[in-house]
Design a protein around this ligand. Structure first.
Ligand code: NCD
Ligand code: ZN
Length: 359
């Protein structure tokens, strides 16, 4: 059994190939939802992560300090008594967001960041931003106070192919945004393309990206493999294999610009398996297990801790976690479904066996 020592470099933690101990990771992008489902999904995240950046796309979205505080209280009430977990709240940006309210929330420790959803880009984003110019004043304020902007980087223009939405967002919106706000801390969330990898790598240190377990392990074929597979449908969509390989290289590279964000986004079976199914993959039941498997397959286990437990905290200017978690090479069966409040939820890779487990 290895003893965790927070001063020891991560590569020293890898002695026993059947077990690794790393500083406890954080999830820098998660959807915890609300109501009965919130109570049921929080433990999946809290069993592995010390902190999580909680997305504000509820209906109605979290747009004020009061709403964020109340939502945080509901999340805290759902944390199992034997686990320590800190939710970090975000503010949903709209065309009429108030920079003063946001700055106040940031200074009071209520908001950790703001989330930009282009209006109509994804689940509950209708009140999102219709034109980036509408939030320029808010972005200016955020740049001044060092508050991170988290971006769902997809355009919604009808002339753009859905698989190109992310790459076009970089060209049409992001390049100019980064020029106009050179010191704004930006996280390009759940990146899916080589274009995003290259953009982030070539940008200054205040631009980073999160990468999900599903975009590291599936390409777009998964959605159409033998028939339509709604449980692999999420936004941004998984892309071609060349993009998946670029994401794996970036995540396991050891670069400080890429960090863990699961984008775990549960929707009930009835809302996924529908003539107009919801986007979102519920990966919290197997998130760390999937990441560690990817790093092992890439022969880069020594870079796992940097990606999962160090880069994000440093980017947000938060202390590193002191506690550790143990990942053991034991086969784990991912549940076929999870019943919550009389509805079923299907986790990512339901019914499959993964060869790691969080102890
Ligand atoms: C997310 C959701 O369901 O809230 N869905 C998804 O496909 N990732 C929203 C989002 O992050 O786009
Ligand atoms: Zn998301």
């Amino acid at each position: 059994m290895q003893i965790f020592d927070s001063n020891r470099p991560p590569q020293d933690l890898i002695h026993d190939p059947r077990q690794i101990i790393i500083r406890q990771p954080d999830d820098w992008h998660v959807h915890l939802r609300d109501g009965a489902i919130l109570t049921s999904v929080v433990p999946f995240t809290a069993r592995q992560f010390a902190r999580a950046i909680v997305m504000p796309n509820l209906d109605p979205p979290i747009i004020s300090r009061t709403m964020a505080k109340a939502y945080r209280d509901r999340i805290v009430a759902a944390i199992p008594k034997d686990l320590e977990f800190t939710p970090l709240m975000t503010c949903f940006l709209t065309d009429v967001s108030d920079g003063e309210e946001i700055a106040q929330g940031f200074s009071e420790g209520i908001f950790a960041a703001c989330k930009l959803y282009p209006s109509g880009a994804t689940t509950n984003s209708n009140r999102g931003v219709t034109n980036i110019k509408n939030i320029y004043k808010v972005l200016d304020k955020m740049q001044t106070i060092g508050m991170p902007l988290l971006i769902h980087g997809e355009v919604v223009d009808k002339d753009v192919d859905v698989f190109d939405r992310e790459a076009v967002f970089i060209d049409r919106i992001l390049k100019k945004l980064v020029k106009d706000f050179p010191n704004l801390k930006i996280v390009l969330e759940h990146i899916t393309t080589i274009n995003s990898v290259e953009f982030v790598e070539s940008s200054s240190d205040n631009v980073a990206a999160t990468i999900t377990p599903h975009h590291l392990t599936i390409n777009r074929n998964a959605m159409f493999d033998g028939g339509i597979k709604p449980h692999y449908y999420c936004l941004p969509l998984a892309k071609r294999e060349v993009h998946r390989l670029a994401l794996r290289k970036a995540a396991t590279s050891g670069s400080h610009k890429f960090f863990l964000g699961t984008d775990s986004a549960p929707h009930s079976v009835s809302s996924k398996e529908s003539s107009c199914g919801c986007a979102g993959i519920f990966n919290a039941p197997c998130a760390m297990e999937t990441y560690v498997q990817v790093f092992e397959e890439e022969g880069r286990l020594e870079a796992l801790e940097t990606f999962s437990s160090i880069n994000g905290a440093k980017f947000y200017g938060l202390p590193l976690n002191i506690k550790s978690i143990t990942l053991r090479k034991i086969d784990t069966l991912i549940p076929g479904n999870i019943k919550i409040d009389n509805q079923y939820y299907i986790p990512f890779n339901a019914g499959e066996t993964i060869n790691w487990s969080v102890v």
